[in-house]
Design a protein around this ligand. Structure first.
Ligand SMILES: Nc1ncnc2c1ncn2[C@@H]1O[C@H](COP(=O)(O)OP(=O)(O)OP(=O)(O)O)[C@@H](O)[C@H]1O
Length: 397
């Protein structure tokens, strides 16, 4: 009997050890290194991001030659290059005075290298040698949405189907950042110049320099540092430094309306009152004047799809962040025509900007972008006022 009991005990111990290790394997740790285990079926699991040798990057970019310069962003210039294996790359060379510390640099590098989605620009690796800090991205051949949508000649190339594909691509990329990985990521600087277009005009969300990481239960925060670009920032972010997933939803809504109309939300016109695009869209939507909204370069007629996108855009830019939809709702609304859309309430169109802001905005433009970066020192634009017009007829006639 005794040996039999020992055998039984032995089996029980073995089963317990097996269950223990099985549970341990399945348990998801909560740190950043597990991000790759959280990818959905659009994604591939990625390894630790490779650290590139500075000599390799120098050789790939012709020693950061002017001829290879793709553009100048807020954190430094971006250069085109080719690795010895033929892979085309875009190298972001962070300026010493960019204000981005080692922590932020590593944060962006580690974050991006672990996230992979067809609508996100892929980070191939990084280089941290001496004072040199580089981010090495896949090269996205068709430049940014900004270069297309606001260019009088190029935007004609964007028919409605292409614009719709871009809108859905941005929505999916953002949904991935917000909900489909274990860590929630708020982009915080979503704008047309941060949407890159690949060979097939698929949208890829780029520039996570301002992204913040959030554990599942920490989805919003208040900050004394305002980062972002005027025209795209949600009012609660501009005025109170409060950001959340819904701040990105607001920026997405602005982007949708810009894509539909081919106009910038914030277009400075010297000597005139500034009218934000979202205010213009709202006014025309209420009057049923769709032709006053849609880019004349879109020649396909005002299909229900276009009307739906305007409607979704207006839902995203609502003044009250609580009433803005989540990105998963947005993707659902875009994918299924049968999903009923609620009536949008007043958007946060910040009219009657003070002369101080007007001059700030016109002088703050750089050569590559008409969008104006917010003051990273955290000075809040308290001169914005909200138009309090009430809704009488929310449906277009
Ligand atoms: N992966 C890439 N592939 C191709 N071109 C790129 C890539 N990344 C950036 N670029 C180009 O380099 C330019 C500068 O990019 P960057 O993201 O640094 O700045 P930005 O988006 O214009 O401004 P900001 O820094 O304010 O966001 C972009 O306009 C884009 O045309």
């Amino acid at each position: 009997m005794k040996p039999l009991q020992e055998v039984r005990s032995g089996i029980i111990v073995i089963i317990c050890i097996f269950i223990f290790f099985k549970v341990k394997r399945n348990k998801r740790p909560t740190n950043l290194s597990t991000i790759s285990a959280e990818v959905d079926d659009n994604d591939a699991i990625t390894e630790e991001s490779p650290q590139f040798d500075l000599d390799i990057i120098r050789a790939a970019t012709g020693n950061f030659s002017e001829a290879n310069k793709l553009g100048q962003g807020g954190f430094g210039p971006v250069f085109r290059g080719k690795l010895p294996n033929g892979t085309e790359i875009a190298v972001k060379r962070l300026s010493q005075n960019s204000g981005q510390g080692e922590y932020e640099f590593k944060n962006e590098a580690r974050l991006l290298s672990r996230l992979q989605h067809r609508n996100l620009v892929k980070l191939l690796g990084y280089c941290l040698e001496g004072i040199e800090r580089l981010l090495v991205y896949e090269f996205v051949p068709n430049a940014s949405l900004e270069k297309f949508i606001f260019d009088p000649l190029k935007r004609v190339l964007l028919d409605w189907d292409t614009r719709y594909k871009i809108i859905t691509g941005i929505a999916r990329g953002l949904l991935y950042l917000h909900e489909d990985s274990r860590l929630r990521i708020i982009h915080r600087d979503l704008k047309a110049s941060n949407i890159l277009l690949d060979m097939d005009m698929n949208a890829k969300v780029s520039d996570f320099g301002t992204a913040r990481l959030f554990e599942i239960d920490q989805t919003q925060a208040d900050t004394s540092q305002i980062m972002g670009t005027y025209g795209y920032m949600a009012p609660e972010y501009v005025l109170r430094g409060h950001y959340s997933l819904k701040s990105d939803v607001f920026s997405f809504g602005v982007l949708v309306l810009e894509i539909v109309s081919g106009r910038r939300n914030l277009e400075p016109r010297s000597g005139q009152d500034m009218e934000l695009l979202i205010g213009h869209v709202w006014k025309n939507w209420r009057e049923g004047n769709i032709s006053g909204i849609v880019d004349p370069a879109v020649t396909s007629g005002y299909t229900p799809n276009i009307l739906r996108c305007i409607h979704i855009g207006l839902l995203c830019v609502q003044q009250n962040e609580a009433t803005r939809p989540s990105m998963s709702s947005v993707v659902l609304m875009l994918n299924s025509q049968s999903v009923t859309l609620s009536v949008p309430t007043e958007p946060a169109f910040l009219m009657n900007m003070s002369p101080i802001n007007n001059s700030d905005i016109s002088s703050g433009y750089d050569s590559t972008s008409n969008a104006t970066k917010a003051d990273p020192s955290g000075n809040k634009a308290d001169a914005f006022s909200i138009n309090e017009a009430s809704i009488t007829d929310p449906y277009p006639r």
